[in-house]
Design a binder for this molecule. Structure first.
Ligand code: BMA
Length: 313
């Protein structure tokens, strides 16, 4: 028997697959992209791009194979609009994309950096050229949010991560019109003490719908003497009652181990906001920000993630 932990996510040999040097206009860093497959099979990443003011906007990059030959929009795709949306004063960050068949639109849930702190904002698009903004749907301090792709019992469902004091847990809220949210519930708490996911956790990419339930990749923020360490874990939630956690893995499954993940503007951060699923329905390409500086790709098998959860719950 091997004495190594199983490798659930395999890093691409071309990592990091996108850096600031690839951009068609001057930018400081590119990281934490949302991801989706377009109708023609093209991979679209909606990348968080930070300028030298320290403010972020979103920029689309498209690739046929999801690895290289990225066609990057020649100017920002979605910029903060602080005059009409004052909550975007200090930029917009960390998009999570969900295609919503009922609306034939992509929902983009992102962090709006207000001068009261980060809040959760929502926009819709059909083509990643025109956007319809709904503004802030969760006031500060709240982030790490994504919409489920369909209503459950007539309600839209949002996972998000408000901060309450020194600890931060994952919550769920419901809405019938996507503007007014209520029925809030904690769905998963940060652990205590020396756990890898003690005190602060948050959703990473949007949940993955499987026959067994909603598979969730979440991050734990571990405070060490050297600073914060961002690692990823797995959990499974009930398909029909998505606030009910069925399984939660005990160990982290992916974390900063390569130099490009450990060294950068914020070292020791692996932060995925999106994935695509292959034609086989099992292969998952996870796109993540590395050290708040570049974009990297790791590939896994949904079947293997679910099997691991069975052994580690
Ligand atoms: C989190 C988010 C991410 C960022 C991470 C590490 O709170 O703001 O955007 O990648 O911190 O800096």
């Amino acid at each position: 028997m091997s004495n190594l932990y199983p490798e659930l996510f395999r890093r691409h040999t071309q990592n990091p697959i996108l850096t600031a040097a690839d951009w068609p206009y001057p930018v400081h860093s590119v990281f934490n992209p949302g991801a989706t497959l377009l109708a023609d099979g093209t991979t679209l990443l909606l990348c968080r791009v930070e300028d030298r003011r320290g403010h972020s906007h979103l920029c689309a990059a498209r690739s046929v194979n999801g690895v290289d030959n990225w066609q990057i929009d020649v100017q920002p795709t979605l910029l903060a609009e602080p005059y009409t949306f004052p909550e975007e004063l200090w930029g917009i960050e960390d998009p999570r994309i969900t295609y919503v068949p009922e609306l034939s639109k992509y929902a983009i849930v992102y962090t709006a950096f207000t001068h009261h702190g980060p809040g959760v904002a929502l926009a819709f698009t059909e083509d990643f050229h025109q956007f319809e903004r709904y503004g802030v749907i969760m006031p500060p301090e709240d982030k790490d949010a994504a919409l489920l792709p369909r209503r459950i019992d007539g309600h839209w469902v949002l996972i998000h991560r408000p901060v309450s004091g020194p600890r931060a847990h994952m919550w769920m809220s419901y809405s019938t019109d996507l503007r007014h949210w209520g029925n809030r519930k904690v769905i998963m708490e940060a652990r205590w003490g020396s756990w890898w996911d003690a005190n602060k956790i948050g959703l990473s990419p949007p949940p993955i719908e499987t026959a067994q339930g909603w598979l969730v990749i979440y991050h734990g923020v571990r405070q060490t003497a050297a600073g914060s360490l961002y690692q990823l874990g797995l959990a499974l939630f009930d398909l029909d009652s998505p606030d009910c956690c069925l399984k939660r893995g005990d160990e982290w499954v992916f974390g900063p181990e390569e130099t490009y993940e450990q060294v950068g503007d914020v070292g020791y951060v692996t932060f995925p906001c999106g994935y695509t699923i292959g034609a086989d329905g099992d292969t998952i390409q996870v796109y993540y920000g590395a050290a708040d500086s570049s974009i990297a790709l790791a590939t896994g098998s949904i079947r293997a993630l679910l099997d691991w959860l069975d052994l580690h719950k």
